[in-house]
Design a protein around this ligand. Structure first.
Ligand code: GLC
Ligand code: CA
Length: 600
């Protein structure tokens, strides 16, 4: 049974959304526009993006592994939700050391996902529904099984030697290998260098040892990458999400990094000396003149760096994914593996800095989680008593900030972190490395699993919960990663049956955002910056004004609109509790309450 087809509104589309509509709007408003948006209209600013993690979306052939025919089977589901763009995580041929972020062949599909024909069907099926497709572009590194690396490691004078970053060890070291060339660390723990016996040299890998870094200083590498991008665009895809694209240029001489930072060496490869040059070149060579969407994932980006990467006056990218707002709860290790405090005032301050910092200088991406982070309702909300309310609250934030919203698969039904009980349940390479390190440090098993439960990337990668059938309706076989045990209560079939579900709330917000330019293009003004419980802001476009009030706590704080914000009338646009006639001047909020008002 395809539970995605359940629910009273299955397959239905609505008239106000989709990029086709916005293009029409653009034609009519390009020159004169009372709101002043004018030529700054872009389809990718008006779009809602759905991030689809195919390995865990839907398994069509019962091998326990999500696949492209599985995506095809669920296209009507995406259509019913009302999204405009799908960002598909990697489906390229890969030995799968980092769940597809280690690519063996950029131009073929990993057999577990299906064939290139299956891919073409998905692309056509999305386009039939006026949904665009953005692919992951992983070009900081390849797999060590990629043909380029296999040739590169053969000999020091291989034609492909300089496609990667090879160095001699330091000193004599153990067995004559020497110590690694510098102290840089892999993002997944351990040294960023692996010794290769065949040529007695080390190669650099900022991630797993099966992900050697490409040498972007080599013009031939860049040319091959641009050719490959061109090939995919010619196939008809609509853009790229660029994996760790701010890490592609490494500091000359590869100097030692600060050993006390959260990622040793990162100051020498984050927006390194030629990063902007390379991104600008990629834009000129491949992207310029094409109506595509680009978003660069940038773990180390500041607002100032982002301004330089973005827009026609910068390097040409449309958006970046920065990490500032998702790193605020790091503890003493300065990375995800220690749990620190999370402070709402700081969270507001960081988001506000980005909202204002890219006003007129670029465009924000808005996301709270993805396949690399814990589930948003477990991290920023309450996945117990107030799961539904707080999932709706987070959705309200996602769709009312200025920028393009990215919905991560499963968040539209409020999926939660996974309650890890055994080490054998851990799949992700970075979490597995953490477990090994802590066991070696003598940590208790329970202590280790507690951190894993809060921080592992596996939390976001458990199967999509379609129904209360076995394996949550994800597969007829045995799923590659355990299903979250709460699937009987938390699943798509149930959510689509209930009018007041998280799913229907997402749909309502998506419709609202499509209908109201003020939510897309309006300016952003933070209210009550120091309030420790409430996140409130105004969006303004011409004479349209929207007030967003979000209670991030399980208490009942009182919200009072600052006196200088005047209005004659109000209309409640959306809320996650029933509201009877209350006016937004001052009111008490219920736990995790969210309200969006129009001020007239
Ligand atoms: C990005 C991806 C992540 C991957 C890493 C290395 O951060 O989102 O999943 O492990 O890059 O490619
Ligand atoms: Ca499968």
């Amino acid at each position: 049974m395809d539970s995605g087809e359940l629910g009273g509104d299955s397959g239905e589309t609505n008239g106000t959304r989709r990029t086709g509509d916005s293009t029409e709007a653009m034609d009519s408003t390009e020159t004169a526009d009372s709101t002043g948006i004018g030529p700054k209209r872009e389809w990718w600013k008006e779009a809602v993006v759905y991030q689809l993690y195919p390995r865990s979306f839907y398994d069509a052939n019962g091998d326990g592994f999500g696949d492209l025919p599985g995506v095809e089977a669920k296209l009507d589901y995406l259509d019913a939700l009302g999204v405009d763009v799908v960002w598909l995580n990697p489906v390229y041929d890969s030995p799968d050391a980092d769940h597809g972020y280690d690519i063996r062949d950029y131009r073929s599909i990993m057999p577990e996902y299906g064939t290139m024909d299956d891919f073409d069907h998905v692309l056509a099926g999305l386009h039939d529904r006026e949904i665009k497709l953005v692919m992951d572009l992983v070009v900081n590194h390849t797999s060590d099984e990629h043909e380029w690396f296999r040739k590169s490691r053969q000999s020091r004078d291989s034609d492909y030697r300089d496609f990667y970053i090879w160095r001699e060890g330091r000193g004599d070291g153990p067995g004559g290998k020497g110590e690694p060339p510098n102290n840089w660390e892999s993002a997944f723990g351990g040294p960023a260098w692996t010794y290769d016996e065949r040529t007695a040299r080390y190669y650099l890998h900022l991630f797993d040892e099966k992900q050697p870094d490409l040498n972007w200083d080599n013009p031939e590498v860049r040319e091959r990458i641009y050719d490959m991008m061109d090939w995919w665009l010619e196939k008809g895809i609509d853009g790229f999400r660029m994996d760790v694209i701010d890490l592609i240029s490494k500091a000359e001489g590869l100097p030692d990094g600060d050993a006390d930072s959260g990622w040793t060496g990162s100051e020498h490869f984050t927006s390194g000396p030629r990063a902007h040059e390379f991104v600008a070149e990629m834009y000129e060579e491949v992207l310029a003149g094409r109506d595509v969407m680009t978003v660069g994932e940038m773990p180390g980006a500041t607002v100032e760096e982002a301004q330089r990467y973005l827009g026609p006056d910068g390097d040409g990218l449309n958006m970046v994914f920065h990490f500032e707002h998702v790193s605020l709860d790091y503890g003493e290790t300065g990375n995800r593996w220690s749990i620190g405090e999370w402070d709402l005032a700081e969270f507001k301050q960081v988001l506000t800095k980005w909202q204002n910092g890219l006003e007129g200088e670029g465009w924000n991406s808005v996301y709270l989680g993805n396949h690399d982070w814990p589930r948003i309702v477990s991290r920023f909300g309450d996945d117990g008593l107030y799961r539904i309310e707080s999932a709706k609250l987070l959705a309200t934030l996602l769709f009312t900030l200025r920028g393009t919203p990215y919905v991560y698969q499963g968040d539209e039904i409020g999926m939660t972190n996974f309650p890890f009980e055994r080490e054998a349940q851990v799949r992700d390479v970075s979490a597995r490395n953490f477990v090994e390190r802590k066991k070696a440090d003598g940590w208790e098993r329970a202590e280790i699993l507690e951190v894993v439960t809060m921080r592992s990337r596996d939390n976001a990668r458990t199967p999509m919960q379609w129904s209360d059938d076995e394996y949550a309706g994800f597969t007829d076989g045995e799923s590659w990663i355990p299903v979250n045990p709460n699937y009987e209560a938390v699943n798509v079939a149930d959510a689509r049956h209930k009018d007041d579900s998280i799913w229907h709330y997402y749909r309502e917000l998506i419709d609202l955002r499509h209908a109201r330019d003020v939510l897309v293009y309006g300016s952003y003004d933070l209210l009550l910056p120091d309030d420790p419980d409430v996140y409130a802001f105004l969006r303004t476009l011409g004479d349209e004004r929207v007030l967003v009030v979000l209670n991030f706590r399980d208490g009942t704080p009182t919200f009072s609109l600052p006196a200088e914000v005047a209005f004659d009338g109000t209309e409640l646009l959306v809320s996650n509790y029933p509201v009877d006639g209350a006016k937004p001047r001052s009111f008490e909020l219920r736990p995790y309450e969210a309200r969006v008002y129009e001020l007239e």
